[in-house]
Design a protein around this ligand. Structure first.
Ligand SMILES: [Zn+2]
Length: 389
């Protein structure tokens, strides 16, 4: 059996690519205007950009919030919680929190078993360099593995969901339990203004109906300690009862990827990654092998389109880079074997799953209708500006 890219036809539309970014009809519901501009670009120019200020306006806005966080945190060991992965966004956020905003954050890291060597190095460089406190939550590996195996066996696209779920849930559960009122996240428009569509395996990580259905069908051991947090729990209970607020400072300050990499390298001997999300070895495998070869979706199209829109990459460079795989064939094959072995699959078993029939979240129980309704309401209230679909 072969590990070559499957000849998948993601949909029946004639191929079209945006004339401004590189989003294309591998997003089956993408729309274009008469000039060939896609809906992501249109959303960026009409909804995001006019409301995105990284000048004095942004600074004034975020400093006011920071003063409030500091004031409310007086007398406590820490005034906020920040999740750190070792990736660019969270590393920069931690730096700003301490050096620019004068906060006293507790850094929170979730070890789900897939840290790359670079991410471990980066986390320690930042923590030591800034003299901050770090709490690491280590996920029970047998349960983590069981859920990851279940997602792979289910044939859905979202096989990185267990990691996203555990990162998110651990952080929010910890905040609620230890009465943190503020979580700072590295979410940002600068590198993420084009969100991957659900179709590309980016379905909500916190739909527990979906997770439980897949685990019930394909899991083998109970998830006794595995941290979970349903979307409704954090959107309603944590937000309104526990009063946990989420702040995204990176949208209110200049955030130019190349400049930030340079700054972190100089100050902390921080090591850059060849590509976004490569701090986890599993995510790297998922985005550079499993998703493009099995399903025909290349998430770099969204990542690079974000950088094109925010003038950090040319469209030509993005097209050139996506014309070939992110990693060399030999490395991809090594990673395939590594992932198989770590998840207790034989190479033959994982190859058979790779070649199996593709499915999607709609083939399992989920509450996408309810979540979509909630997101629409957030958009109407102006609390969510990115296009979700
Ligand atoms: Zn576009």
């Amino acid at each position: 059996m072969s590990l070559a890219a499957k000849k998948v036809k993601v949909n029946n539309r004639p191929y079209q690519i945006c004339t401004n970014c590189i989003m294309d009809t591998t997003d089956s519901s993408i729309t274009f205007d008469e000039n060939g501009l896609c809906e992501y670009c249109e959303n960026y120019y009409t909804t995001i950009l006019p409301n995105w200020h990284t000048d004095e306006r942004g600074e004034a806005h975020i400093m006011k919030i920071m003063e409030k966080i500091k004031k409310e945190g007086e007398g406590k060991d820490h005034d906020c919680l920040i999740g750190i992965s070792g990736g660019l966004d969270s590393s920069y956020l931690v730096y700003l929190a301490k050096e620019k905003f004068g906060l006293r954050p507790l850094l929170f890291h979730v070890d789900a078993g897939w840290n790359s060597d670079i991410s471990t190095h980066n986390i320690h460089s930042i923590v030591d360099g800034l003299g901050l406190d770090l709490y690491t939550e280590v996920v029970n590996w047998d349960e983590m593995k069981d859920l990851q195996r279940a997602f792979i066996k289910s044939q859905v696209r979202d096989i990185d969901l267990p990691q996203d779920l555990v990162f998110f849930s651990s952080l929010y559960n910890f905040a609620a339990k230890h009465k943190f009122k503020y979580i700072l996240t590295g979410g940002n428009y600068s590198t993420e203004c084009v969100r991957e569509p659900f179709e590309w395996g980016a379905y909500f990580q916190t739909d527990m109906r979906y997770v439980n259905d897949i685990h019930k069908k394909f899991g083998t051991i109970p998830l006794k300690t595995f941290p979970t947090c349903d979307i409704l729990k954090y959107k309603i209970l944590y937000r309104f009862i526990n009063g946990v607020r989420v702040v995204k400072p990176l949208d209110h300050v200049p955030f130019i990827k190349a400049d930030v990499i340079k700054l972190l390298q100089e100050k902390f001997n921080w090591t850059p990654y060849p590509h976004k999300h490569h701090e986890s070895r599993f995510t790297r495998f998922y985005e550079s092998f499993w998703l493009p070869r099995k399903f025909g979706y290349d998430r770099r199209k969204a990542h690079f389109s974000s950088l094109i829109l925010t003038n950090q990459m040319t469209r030509e460079a993005a097209l050139e880079r996506t014309s070939r795989p992110e990693l060399e064939e030999q490395i991809l094959m090594q990673e395939f074997e590594y992932v198989a072995q770590k998840l207790d699959f034989t190479v033959e078993e994982l190859t058979a799953l790779f070649n199996g029939e593709n499915k999607c979240y709609k083939d399992y129980k989920n509450k996408s209708n309810l979540i979509t309704l909630g997101t629409r309401i957030m958009q109407l209230l102006g609390l969510e500006k990115r296009a979700f679909k």
